[in-house]
Ligand binder design. Structure first.
Ligand code: NBP
Length: 477
């Protein structure tokens, strides 16, 4: 055996990850179900490092030094189980199987138990950054045993993106922790993109700006606190025109697709009871965009002339207000995502360092942003933070921007521009800061129709009112 690590699954992601590993001086055994992919990797990039090309899974496993580290980078779901089933009989006690695909964390928990029975380590690893990140330095979220990380960590840390000499790779916890954190990362990515899309829509529909001018606005925003990969990319995309000279954004069909990680994030949040309204609205907004029949029917019945939807704004001031609204909504979306990780960690018994999570998202991944450094600082100051929203830096920014945020949401409503993520984030903020919530009325109604009981503000205990009888109140024991 000559390879320090092996990788099976050489489609876009696996191929680039293998090249990244080889370029960092690690000898890597490579394998793919269809051998042609392996041959093509060696033919095109074999000179970038030490690859050991193998055709059979037996030869692949035999080529890796013990305890073996086998990275699996195949399609998530059944293909991952199929590969694991083929690998297990070939491996030996202490070997480490690392699933780098986008697995659901519950599958990872199941697979870890399954492999434990064979004396094998199973490591669920979230890899973010797409193809480009896989090649040049992704953000890597590792979930698994300490023993496995000791062997695997140094290799992954060497190939990850680096910020100030620190790798964007960490051992975030055991079992499904890595894939859970990656799932919430993707959920936040949904919210980030939806907020950007709403900002664009407002600047275009109400600010009356053309895509190229909006590109300039985003480029300008990228010079401040909003600086991030997605904001810069938005400027680039909005500036792009197709071969016919039309703004590219105008020739793309307006139905957003999804692969499912946003949906998983929302499903998990519902199970955990964490209100991640920004991510949920972003996921539903994509669904709505795809309901073309309903959209056509509604347009027929409800469309108005453009003049009817016109609201007058001072354009420069409005652009600035949208920036403030975007920033505040973004703070809310991230605060919600970090809440979900905190509650998920508590529920599943993972010891996740939230500041470290923000740190490894600073580069390599799709949501990389300047802003994340502030989140790391906030958790460093106060590890058991109740909510990011109230930490000094973010609270100041939100307080300063709250009037603009309200103005933007109100203007959008008047102008008939949908802003589900802006609007729900503002409602979340108001929900948290309100002295009394109408939840009191909901409790009263629940007690009325279902005798679900309630608590009082003025004394301890659980009570029920005889709504169908004499309206007397009794304490429940
Ligand atoms: P795909 O998700 O398209 O998977 C293709 C790979 O899976 C090929 O190597 C294919 O082998 C292999 N495979 C399949 Br399909 N069924 C198999 C089976 N039963 N046994 C063995 N191998 C099987 O590749 P990808 O886009 O490179 O993504 C890989 C993983 O990384 C996925 O889990 C994805 O969700 C995750 N991911 C992707 C991105 C991205 O930007 N694309 C980003 C982050 C994470 P074959 O060549 O023989 O068909």
């Amino acid at each position: 055996a000559t390879a320090t690590i092996g990788l099976t699954g050489l489609a876009v992601m696996g191929r680039n990850l293998a090249r990244n590993i080889a370029r960092h001086g690690h000898t890597i055994a490579v394998h793919n179900r269809t051998h042609a992919r392996t041959e093509s990797l060696i033919a095109d990039h074999g000179d970038e490092g030490d690859f050991v090309a193998t055709e059979s899974l037996e030869d692949f496993v035999a080529a890796i030094e013990k305890p073996r580290v086998v990275l699996v980078m195949v399609k998530a779901g059944d293909p991952t189980d199929a590969v694991i089933d083929d690998l297990v009989p070939l491996l030996e006690e202490g070997d480490i199987v690392v699933d780098c695909g986008n697995a659901h964390f519950a599958d990872t928990i199941r697979r870890e138990k399954q492999l434990e029975e064979h004396g094998l380590h199973f490591v669920g690893t979230g890899v973010s950054g797409g193809e480009e990140g896989a090649l040049n330095g992704p953000s890597i979220m590792v979930g698994g045993s300490d023993q496995a990380y000791e062997r695997l960590g140094p290799i992954l840390e060497s190939i990850a993106a680096q910020v100030d000499g620190e790798p964007c790779c960490a051992h975030v916890g055991t079992g499904g922790a890595g894939h859970f954190v990656k799932m919430v990362h993707n959920g936040i990515e949904y919210a980030d993109m939806q907020l950007i899309a709403e900002s664009y829509d407002l600047l275009r529909s109400i600010g009356d700006l053309e895509p190229a001018a909006i590109a300039d606005v985003f480029a300008d925003w990228n010079g401040g606190e909003l600086e991030s990969f997605l904001i810069q990319m938005t400027a680039d995309v909005l500036r792009h025109t197709d071969a016919g000279g039309q703004p590219f954004v105008d020739v793309v069909r307006d139905a957003a697709e999804q692969k499912g990680t946003g949906r998983w994030t929302v499903q998990s949040a519902l199970d955990l009871g964490v209100p991640i309204t920004g991510i949920a609205e972003a996921t539903f907004a994509r669904s709505l965009s795809g309901h073309t029949d309903q959209r056509a029917a509604a347009r027929k019945v409800f469309s108005t002339s453009p003049e009817d939807d016109t609201v007058e704004v001072d354009r420069d001031a409005f652009v600035d207000d949208v920036r403030a609204a975007l920033y505040s909504s973004k703070v809310v979306a991230y605060a919600q995502g970090f809440d979900q990780i905190a509650v998920g960690a508590e529920t599943h018994g993972w010891d996740i360092d939230l500041g470290q999570v923000a740190k490894i998202w600073r580069d390599g991944c799709i949501i990389r942003a300047r802003f994340l450094g502030r989140i790391t600082e906030a958790y460093a100051d106060e590890p058991d933070l109740t909510t990011l929203l109230t930490t000094e830096f973010f609270a100041e920014a939100v307080k300063e921007g709250v009037d603009a945020w309200r103005h933007v949401v109100a203007t959008a409503a008047q102008g008939g521009v949908p802003v589900p993520a802006f609007g729900s984030s503002l409602s979340y903020f108001d929900g948290l800061r309100r002295e009394r919530l109408p939840a009191a009325l909901i409790q009263a109604l629940r007690d009325n129709f279902g005798a679900h009981t309630y608590q009082r503000v003025d004394r301890e205990g659980t009570f029920h009112t005889a709504w169908a009888g004499d309206l007397s109140e009794s304490e429940q024991h």
